[in-house]
Design a binder for this molecule. Structure first.
Ligand SMILES: Nc1ncnc2c1ncn2[C@@H]1O[C@H](COP(=O)(O)OP(=O)(O)OP(=O)(O)O)[C@@H](O)[C@H]1O
Ligand SMILES: Nc1ncnc2c1ncn2[C@@H]1O[C@H](COP(=O)(O)OP(=O)(O)OP(=O)(O)O)[C@@H](O)[C@H]1O
Ligand SMILES: [Mg+2]
Ligand SMILES: [Mg+2]
Lengths: 259, 259
């Protein structure tokens, strides 16, 4: 059965989508069969990989009981072994739909169960919107591991406690007893900036080896790639950003025995 | 009666809070009596100005019908004429509370009416979370003008159409017939980065003079200030970031006859 990772953080603009796109691509490059699911109504992971935000292509239907997740899976042409379920604007309405359902925290878990057990994927990566609303909560209830993308900025550290509290609550309430913190990824690290070093120092002091060794540098090439609908590997395969995400993929493979 | 501005954008990390804090401070510096309201459960505007996230200090109670907004107003010691209503983690629960109320889009408007008409403020600035959920929708229903903070990055442009559609819907549905786009503020502009210039060019082509002349430069000083609980004016008053926000305050005063 596939290992499910959710990349969540209610703080906005911390590199969740950039990480979801590029770590999925890097895992597939290393022969880990990977499914990336875009749960954000903004659909940045969808357009960032050059796919269309097709109406009816997202998990909106399956989460309302219409259709299955497996039928929404499409290959990402640019990389063998990489598949995707895209998002669409309608996903924004799911927050209201889910609240009214019986088992409102477990809908995504139920919808993904056949996909996990299909044997087609080794890893499933969930990209979340910047909130702890129904979509993010559902993703935490469906995941084995939470990966926190943490920008090397002061304001980003403030929210860390909150998402860890939510993780603890979901675990202790029995919503998802298996859920664990998979690790904290430091993003947009700028070696010329004191604040960056201070934030990394503080986070490593607190969380020790829960912090991935790989740090993602602030790099203009990473922010340019999505405008071409490409991962960093297609856009600039030898850049610092590409190597950092390859290194992260290796850490995930090792830490969680993927593939 | 005070003019109400909401700083909203579902895209995360685009500089909403940094703008809310610093434009409020700059307006007060220019003798515009200003009230800043933190509607984000992350409470970054609260901690960014060095205030406590006091339990019961937010609009959570008033939005549930307990207490009034006026009693939550507190002065920001560092600047005469600047006041604030802080946020707290409980604000996250308001999304669920509001959906169950009768007039769920109009709650904030109702709660703020006595504050607007109190004669104590010339401008009210609302800082929103990165989502188009109940809090942001309520803020759009309560506002006279929407100010969109737009990061000079490709992914940030993607969501622009969505929030403008929401504005149109709220106006045409009669939820808030007065609501207008006040302007688009380009943030984190980096003159050394081609992408920054391209994004600004595209946005100005499309939106012409709806784009403020003032652009906020990417500046490390702006990201350091909140770690000291200070606005840029207390932290580094002669910096590029401080001057850009002063210039923006002047544009707002001129465009909307504030003060
Ligand atoms: N390492 C990096 N270096 C430079 N820019 C980056 C880096 N990672 C991401 N970016 C850029 O920063 C912005 C925010 O990143 P991204 O959209 O991935 O964050 P997010 O957490 O998914 O945002 P949201 O909260 O809106 O979902 C984007 O414009 C992206 O291109
Ligand atoms: N002009 C700037 N130059 C450099 N850094 C900036 C600038 N404006 C904001 N920042 C930093 O970028 C990060 C995102 O900014 P901010 O938190 O204000 O955005 P936001 O839109 O309010 O985020 P959220 O969507 O989470 O509410 C913060 O760490 C902030 O300190
Ligand atoms: Mg994202
Ligand atoms: Mg903010």
């Amino acid at each position: 059965s596939a290992t499910v990772f959710t990349i969540a953080n209610q703080k906005g603009g911390v590199g969740k989508t950039t990480t979801a796109i590029n770590v999925s691509f890097a895992l597939a490059e290393k022969k880990v069969r990977t499914l990336l699911i875009d749960l954000d109504p903004q659909a940045n992971a969808t357009s960032g990989l050059g796919l269309e935000k097709t109406e009816g292509g997202s998990l909106y239907g399956p989460l309302c009981g219409e259709g299955t997740a497996l039928e929404k899976v499409q290959p990402v042409g640019a990389q063998n072994g990489l598949f995707m379920i895209t998002s669409e604007v309608d996903m924004a309405a799911i927050e209201i739909e889910l609240v009214q359902q019986e088992n409102y925290l477990g809908q995504l878990r139920e919808v993904l169960a056949p996909v996990r057990e299909s044997g087609e994927f080794d890893a499933i990566i969930l990209d979340c919107p910047p909130a702890l609303g129904m979509l993010s909560m559902n993703s935490l209830a469906a995941a084995d591991y939470l990966l926190i993308a943490l920008q090397c900025e002061y304001l980003a550290m403030e929210g860390l406690g909150q998402i860890l509290k939510v993780l603890e609550k979901l675990r202790s309430a029995g919503v998802n007893g298996k859920l664990q913190l998979g690790g904290i990824l430091m993003t947009m690290f700028d070696p010329r900036n004191n604040l960056s070093h201070q934030v990394v120092g503080e986070v490593r002091n607190h969380f020790d080896d829960m912090v991935f060794r790989s740090m993602i540098p602030r790099s203009i090439r990473l922010s340019e790639a999505p405008s071409f609908g490409q991962s960093i590997f297609e856009y600039d395969s030898t850049s610092k950003g590409a190597n950092a995400y390859r290194y992260l993929a290796e850490e995930l493979i090792e830490r969680f025995s993927l593939g």
